[in-house]
Structure formats: C-alpha cells, structure tokens
Design a protein around this ligand. Sequence first.
Ligand code: NAD
Length: 249
Amino acid sequence: MVGVSRWVAEASRLTVLTGAGISTDSGIPDFRGPQGVWTKNPAAQRMSTLDRYVSDRTVREEAWRNRRTHVAWTAEPNAGHRALVALERAGKLRALVTQNIDELHQRAGSSPDVVIEVHGTMWQAECLACADRQPMRDVLDRVDAGEADPGCRSCGGLLKSATVSFGQSLRPQTWQAALDAAWDCDMFLAVGSSLQVHPVAGLCDAAVAAGARLVIVNAEPTPYDGRADAVLREPISSVLPALVDQALS
Ligand code: NAD
C-alpha cells in the first residue's frame, strides 16, 4: 500500500476505471460479487440482455418493476467516490472511466468533464427505435400510474434505461474517449470491477501497452491480477481514501 501511494503521488495523469464494487458500500449490490444480483439470481441476467428485453414483454415488465424500486434512487456516494474527487481536485486525474450507471461519481462531486460513462446511465430512458431520451423519473411516473411497459411517446418504440445491455454496442465516441484515457495515462487504477466485461476490461491491456502502471483494487481475484504492478484486495471505501490521503499528504 505504501508503494502504491508513492506511485499515486508520482503520477500526473491517472486514469481510474470503476465498476460496481465501488458502489456496494452505498448499498447498491454488484452483479458478480458474493452478494451480487446475478450470483444470487442468475436468471436476472436476462433483463440485461437486449434480445430478451426486445422480444419478451414479460421481461420488460419485470425490468420496469425492478427499476421503480431500485436502491440507486436513494443511494448516497461513499468515501471511495469522494477519494476520487480529491484526486481530481489535486490535478492528478486524467479521466474517470466508469462502468457504473448510478451517477454516484457525479453526485460525489466528480466533474462531468472527467467522468466517462461507458455503460450509460440509469437516470435516463432511451427509445430503442428513435433514440429519444427523457428523464427516467418521468417514465417511472407512468409506470406508477399503471403502464406496465411504457412506450416512446414520440414514435411508439420500446423504452429502456439508457444503459448498454449485452448485445448492445458501446457509443463510439464514449468508447474512443475511454481508449484515449487508457493510452494517455501514467497509472491505471482499476477499482471494484471483476474485469470480466469486454471490451471495457481490455482498457487494462491498452494502458499497460502504453507503459502505464496497472494497479487493481478489488476484493476478489480478476483475470488481470497477473499483469498488475500491484493488487490491493481490501474494502474499497477504506483503502481508496487511505491511498489518496497518503499520496496527497
Ligand atoms: P462485477 O459485479 O462484475 O464485479 C464487482 C467486483 O467488485 C467483484 O469482483 C467484487 O468482489 C468487488 N467488490 C464488491 N464490493 C467491493 C468492496 N466494497 N471492496 C472491494 N471489492 C468489492 O461488476 P463490474 O465489473 O462493474 O461489471 C458489472 C456490470 O454491471 C458493469 O457493466 C456495470 O454497468 C453494471 N452494474 C453497475 C452497478 C452500478 O452502477 N452501481 C451495479 C451493478 C452492476
């Protein structure tokens, strides 16, 4: 940990990749950790798979019911999110690439300019036909009022959260920004991700190929541990603030 905080102190262009693990201490379960949504209920994956969502109305209705009561609507950022705000304010953060869809980085104070949401946001709904976007809250009000599977009011198409499901492409501009941030950093910190979702996990390869140090902070092993300069297998909301405090002191 002391060695890693020295590297953070030395770094001037740090790119951080976050995953669901940074938000578990805010009460939002991850997918693949021991208490993960899919670990406990593998069938829940179908709601994150585009062709199932499009072809099966019952899957969509279940997805809307789950969205209504999602814990993310009332979750608060934790010390892990805030540590990354401190890193940005110290002028060290090149980019904060997040796979998370909960917007807790922005709520903690990270500037929208540095946050790259590669998997989109659950705070917006998007039409799968015409790409019209609107606040998720407005659509959930319709669900509350009795529409089990609300459609797009512009074109009648299917609505979904503005997130990237399996089978859906990443937005090219967003992905390019994430790749640029991986290529153009002197340290790449992967936090709270099982690093099993591609192409995002491949950002670790890009950063290492560009000569950056790779540090992984995650409770469980990842496929990239062998390539990392250091692996910290400790709770994120305590180890990340400690790391940043030491580096900035
Ligand atoms: P994942 O569920 O595959 O992996 C999370 C990892 O974090 C696990 O390996 C787990 O051991 C670790 N972890 C959990 N809590 C931790 C803690 N407090 N300290 C240390 N380690 C901890 O998540 P992923 O790699 O981000 O991929 C899943 C996909 O699911 C992402 O694409 C993301 O869009 C989506 N997702 C997002 C949220 C969110 O926005 N909060 C929540 C669930 C899933």
